[in-house]
Design a protein around this ligand. Structure first.
Ligand code: HEM
Ligand SMILES: *[C@@H]1O[C@H](CO)[C@@H](O)[C@H](O)[C@H]1NC(C)=O
Ligand SMILES: *[C@@H]1O[C@H](CO)[C@@H](O)[C@H](O)[C@H]1NC(C)=O
Ligand SMILES: *[C@@H]1O[C@H](CO)[C@@H](O)[C@H](O)[C@H]1NC(C)=O
Length: 526
């Protein structure tokens, strides 16, 4: 009767609070959904636990015995709980959702997931920061990764992008360097603006990424308000074997609100994982966030004749040149029930694209197609695609076999070699890839490009109004004031002055103003 009262009053409490803090109430909500008598507790082998409060020992003062199998399992399991966190984008949050096609795009792609208006596909989105480790405050400035998985009938299709459309490098050889410069100094183990800006000033191709990273969109009041972009250039193939190039985008349907740096720093202290809390609560209270899934499409000749290199990830395709074509809507409508097995175990990968979508000659994409599964074999093990969150919804019929944690049917008694005469899996002709032609000298070609600054200039002069421009200069100054003066001078000379004399002056003035105020916060809180 007591329990009954507690349950009833809990319900009333939840109803009264209405838009309550579902994060704080999570266990209560779980309990209310699991009203049957408690399950009996077992070890991982299914054997019931004799006790959850006392080890098996000899007498009152005697030592615990090895006979206490369940105790040793418990200890050993705890010792092995952690797996390597992602080397970048470690801090993330995610949710399940539904993708619905709203527009006919079959003139550009034969991808089955997109072939019919109204078609629905289960989806998952993981939104991450770039440099901070797991547990690092998520309100601080750090461009968000935006990874989307579609569980299609042709396997898992992932678009693993970010919120700012471009990255800082043109050649993947710089990836580790660019990432390390934004992570911890090996001697101090602190974030180090001198390292970060030294990399930027020595690679002017990173200018647009730098400006966007320091602009308003990177500090949103909610993760529901940010856009996602696939960044890489993909190839589309339609049913007539025609080829197009494209960029994918997820455009938030929630109105953008800026989180001020002061508030971001305050939350970083008081509620470090504030943005995850906010997203969790929104979904738990059925305030489902939605994104319009859209793409920019170019014919082969439009792409090849574009005024910028259409494959260069440090540049974007301006929307006035290639307008957004809507495809559908993604709605996030279910929080993960377990973060480790869902958000942490998902192996999003740019290598996962389905027939109708192909890789282009984008060299960053090319390198990512190797890197992600490689990282995932290390992080999750060779059979990472057998983990439930990664298991495709369609049937897997592969000739690959065995390996650690091989928990599927493993091909059963079927042939493990091809060709074979015994009815083993065959190629599906609809998965045919389009032939493409490439030629050129095999050489190490420096991707130095005559044009590092015209898109940054357009961003400053056209995309930002006066107020946003000033906020950008202030955000830059908050970091630049921490930079060794000699490197700071190189930054002016190699980056900002080349974007525009005027903006260079604006940044210098903002840095002088920032230097006049004593530091009140550690650098990573500013
Ligand atoms: C267009 C450029 C890139 C973007 C937008 C991007 C974005 C992302 C995102 C969003 C994640 C997190 C995935 C998740 O939530 O599970 C991620 C992870 C990762 N990225 Fe990138 N990335 C880019 C380029 C690269 C390149 C060039 C490399 C290396 C050559 C790289 C290496 C990695 C690695 C190793 C991980 C961790 C994967 C894992 O452990 O599951 N990224 N990236
Ligand atoms: C653009 O930047 C790259 C390095 O990021 C450099 O190699 C190239 O020379 C630069 N182009 C110009 C015109 O400065
Ligand atoms: C998202 O993209 C749309 C379309 O390009 C743009 O109007 C909007 O400002 C973007 N919002 C953010 C937060 O980047
Ligand atoms: C930037 O501009 C200065 C002077 O106009 C020039 O000497 C320098 O080479 C430029 N740097 C880059 C990276 O374009």
């Amino acid at each position: 009767m007591n329990l009954c009262c507690i349950l009833i009053s809990s319900w009333i409490f939840i109803i009264k609070v209405g838009k309550g803090d579902h994060v704080s109430d999570q266990h209560l909500e779980w309990k209310l959904a699991h009203t049957a008598p408690p399950e009996r507790c077992t070890d991982s082998n299914g054997i019931p636990y004799p006790s959850l409060t006392a080890t098996l020992s000899v007498g009152t003062d005697g030592p615990p015995l090895f006979q206490d199998r369940s105790f040793y399992e418990r200890t050993a399991s705890f010792n092995r709980e952690r797996i390597p966190e992602r080397v970048v984008h470690a801090q993330g949050t995610g949710a399940h959702g539904t993708f619905t096609v709203t527009h006919d795009v079959t003139q550009w792609t034969k991808a089955k997931v997109l072939n019919q208006v109204g078609k629905r596909t289960p989806a998952f989105i993981r939104i991450s920061t770039t440099s901070g480790e797991v547990g690092f405050p998520d309100t601080l400035r750090d461009p968000r990764g935006f990874g989307v998985r579609f569980y299609t009938e042709d396997g898992n299709w992932d678009i693993v992008g970010n919120q700012i459309e471009v990255i800082n490098i043109r050649d993947p050889i710089f990836f580790a360097a660019g990432a390390r410069a934004r992570k911890r100094n090996p001697a101090t183990h602190l974030f180090d603006q001198t390292m970060a800006w030294d990399f930027i000033q020595s690679r002017p191709e990173s200018a647009l990424h730098t400006l966007k990273t320091l602009s308003d969109i990177v500090t949103p009041e909610s993760l529901r308000m940010i856009n996602g972009s696939g960044v890489n250039t993909f190839k589309l193939v339609n049913n007539k074997d025609e080829i197009f190039y494209c960029k994918f985008h997820f455009i938030s349907q929630q109105k953008f609100e800026l989180m001020t740096p002061q508030r971001a720093a305050q939350l970083a202290g008081n509620d470090p994982i504030y943005l995850r809390r906010e997203l969790y609560n929104a979904i738990a209270s059925t305030n489902y966030p939605r994104w319009t899934f859209a793409m920019q499409v170019a014919t082969v000749s439009q792409a090849e004749n574009y005024r910028w290199d259409y494959l260069d990830n440090t540049k974007h395709w301006r929307f006035e040149d290639f307008p957004l074509i809507p495809i559908g809507v993604i709605e996030l409508n279910r929080n993960p029930s377990n973060v480790f097995t869902e958000v942490e175990s998902i192996a999003l990968s740019p290598a996962n694209f389905v027939p109708g979508i192909e890789a282009s000659a984008d060299r960053i994409l090319e390198s990512r197609i190797f890197t992600y599964p490689d990282a995932q074999r290390y992080r999750l093990g060779v059979n990472f695609n057998m983990i439930p969150i990664n298991k495709p919804l369609n049937k897997v019929a592969t000739y690959e076999r065995d390996g650690a944690m091989c928990v599927g049917l493993n091909g059963g008694g079927g042939p493990n070699y091809f060709p074979n005469s015994f009815n083993g899996p065959e190629v599906d002709p609809t998965a045919k890839q389009m032939p493409s032609r490439m030629s050129g000298d095999v050489a190490r070609i420096d991707t130095g490009d005559a044009d590092n600054f015209s898109q940054p200039r357009l961003f400053i002069e056209k995309d930002l109004n006066e107020d946003a421009r000033q906020r950008l200069a202030t955000n830059i100054a908050a970091q630049l004031k921490r930079v060794t003066p000699a490197v700071r001078e190189l930054v002016y000379r190699n980056i900002f002055d080349n974007i525009s004399r005027q903006f260079g002056e604006m940044v210098r003035r903002s840095v002088s103003a920032a230097l006049a105020v004593p530091n009140t916060l550690p650098p990573e809180r500013e």
